[in-house]
Design a protein around this ligand. Structure first.
Ligand SMILES: C[S@@+](CC[C@H](N)C(=O)[O-])C[C@H]1O[C@@H](n2cnc3c(N)ncnc32)[C@H](O)[C@@H]1O
Length: 245
């Protein structure tokens, strides 16, 4: 299955632009994917779907943890990112956008036999209710890791801008409409030598800091005023089963 993109979102474009350098900049995402996969019970899965799979952090951990499966569906809206994902006869790559209904119409999986995973991607859902509702029809068990609005919290406070991503409360509220869910909130810090390095990281990591809302002058001012030697990240880990089985 291949779904053509008519109009890529800003987020998708940013990931595509830095696809090749992405591996060097995904320190936190790599930690998150490792923690998410460590939550999976051992066993054999018929079908695993990884939404927003990127260059394959989830898959690499699945391999490392010797988790067995028959089919692995690696789905991402960026074909450049998918190009960096490992290849294997058991892996089916799908270029598709989880914000579009066509993606779910074409995602041909048996609900009872499917495990759905998503690490560091669902914060880009345009409508949480739409995405979680559609996802809840596709598998009997899900494990998600989603960045919350407390990511880059001090940076946003210093710049007096709103986080471009959802708060923990908003995520939980939407998830609970469609899933019986357990949540775990995890904070991460990434230390930097200089503020300049920090801003470079934000730009290249694909985790938007909302810095696009700022002019060049405002960014310069923010770099002068940012009070920490690290960046803050917050991730909501979700383990859930759909309310309607
Ligand atoms: C921060 S990366 C995480 C990649 C990988 N899951 C990991 O843990 O390293 C987010 C990924 O989500 C993809 N993505 C963003 N919005 C998407 C959408 N609407 N539909 C499908 N994939 C999307 C991006 O192309 C990117 O590869």
């Amino acid at each position: 299955m291949f779904i053509e993109e008519t109009k890529e979102s800003k987020a998708v474009k940013q990931f595509a632009r830095f696809a090749h350098q992405y591996n060097a900049y995904n320190v936190i995402q790599a930690e998150v994917a490792k923690r998410l996969v460590a939550k999976l019970p051992a066993g054999k899965y018929k079908c695993i779907v990884d939404l927003g799979c990127g260059s394959g952090e989830v898959y690499k951990n699945i391999e490392k943890n010797k988790i067995n499966f028959d089919t692995f569906i690696a789905l991402d809206s960026s074909s450049e990112m998918l190009g960096l994902h490992p290849v294997d006869p058991m892996i089916k790559k799908i270029t598709a956008d989880f914000n579009r209904i066509e993606t779910f119409k074409c995602l041909d999986v048996v609900k009872d036999e499917t495990l759905l995973l998503s690490s560091s991607a669902l914060q880009w859902s345009k409508s949480l209710d739409f995405v979680f509702k559609e996802l809840s029809k596709k598998s009997v068990k899900v494990y998600f890791a989603i960045f919350t609005a407390n990511t880059f919290k001090t940076l946003h406070q210093t710049a007096q801008i709103q986080s471009p991503i959802y708060s923990e409360e908003t995520l939980k509220k939407s998830i609970k409409k469609y899933y019986d869910a357990d949540f775990e909130l995890q904070a991460y810090r990434l230390e930097f030598q200089t503020v300049r390095d920090m801003f470079h990281y934000i730009k290249r990591s694909g985790v938007s800091g909302g810095e696009k809302q700022l002019s060049y002058r405002q960014i310069k001012q923010l770099m002068n005023e940012y009070p920490l030697s690290y960046l803050e990240f917050e991730v909501l880990f979700v383990e859930a089963t759909p309310l309607t089985l």
